[in-house]
Write a protein that binds this ligand. Structure first.
Ligand SMILES: O=C(O)CCC(=O)C(=O)O
Length: 270
């Protein structure tokens, strides 16, 4: 929402961000406050189609791995490696052109898809992602340029009623986790429409809220990282049976296998 009453003139400024394309403002926000909402450019039928596919894939996943077994390991809210579950639409989602243009600006040089997980915030229940975290958890460094960016694709509208994502603006710039008082004063709940991406610097503290409605709030979380960061699940092996373009293979990390031996490392240099 743009507030027309906010002053925009400045003095004493020699250098400033310039925004041209629609994605530039998202890039500027990611660098400064650590998050931005961007439209995927998808039509209503495409948004509905992804929602149907999500429901189908998650039902199959829960049937395959078993609800009690997933509950026992606190995995019932997460559908791991969606794009490796037999539906090509999720790889296309991860490579959404508007999203890619933002990620390319923010992560300098090569990046790969590190994770693509479906998440389901269940109605009126405990939710595994409701505790504050970074998406590179247990890390307390700050970097001048992000090593990783994540993008939550909203399957459903994200609202204050259904527990839309909370963020702590600019927390990617400070090593420590803030105090409770600071969190209460500064946390922001992001409202976003189905079909948009909430893009975060991966070091921004965030969490899901309490879903007080009667329907789940669903999303697809993506983590894009420099290739040196280990994938959560080996996506080149998990998609080995799929027909993929060189660009898709590179995006999934096929170009960065860990050599088994000095010999295979040296061969890879040729
Ligand atoms: O449910 C949400 O809005 C946040 C999800 C989240 O924190 C995550 O997947 O890392």
């Amino acid at each position: 929402m743009i507030n027309q009453d906010i002053p925009i003139k400045a003095y004493g400024v020699l250098d400033n961000f310039r925004t041209n394309a629609t994605t530039d403002i998202a890039v500027e926000q990611l660098r400064t406050i650590g998050y931005a909402v961007i439209d995927s450019g998808m039509s209503r039928p495409e948004i509905d189609d992804i929602a149907e596919r999500f429901a189908r894939v998650s039902d199959n996943y829960i049937r395959e791995h078993g609800r009690p077994a997933l509950e026992a390991i606190n995995e019932i809210d997460t559908i791991r490696a969606l794009l490796a579950q037999g539906d090509e639409a999720f790889l296309q989602l991860a490579m959404n052109p508007l999203l890619m243009s933002v990620v390319k600006e923010v992560i300098v040089g090569k990046f790969i898809l590190n994770q693509q997980n479906g998440i389901i915030n269940p109605p009126q229940q405990q939710y595994s992602q409701s505790a504050w975290h970074r998406d590179l958890p247990y890390q307390h460094f700050v970097s001048s340029r992000p090593l990783a960016v994540n993008a939550l694709y909203c399957i459903d509208d994200f609202t204050s009623m259904n527990g839309g994502t909370f963020v702590l603006p600019a927390s990617h710039k400070i090593e420590q986790f803030p105090s409770e008082d600071y969190i209460r004063r500064n946390a922001v709940q992001v409202n976003a429409k189905a079909g948009s991406f909430i893009v975060l610097d991966c070091m921004l503290y965030h969490c899901g809220g309490y879903n007080s409605t009667t329907s789940p709030r669903r999303a697809v979380n993506h983590l894009f990282t420099v290739p040196y960061i280990k994938q959560q699940i080996n996506l080149s092996q998990a998609t080995a049976g799929q027909i993929l373009s060189p660009e898709q293979k590179s995006f999934l990390g096929y170009d960065y296998p860990i050599p088994d031996s000095v010999g295979s490392y040296l061969n890879g240099r040729k």
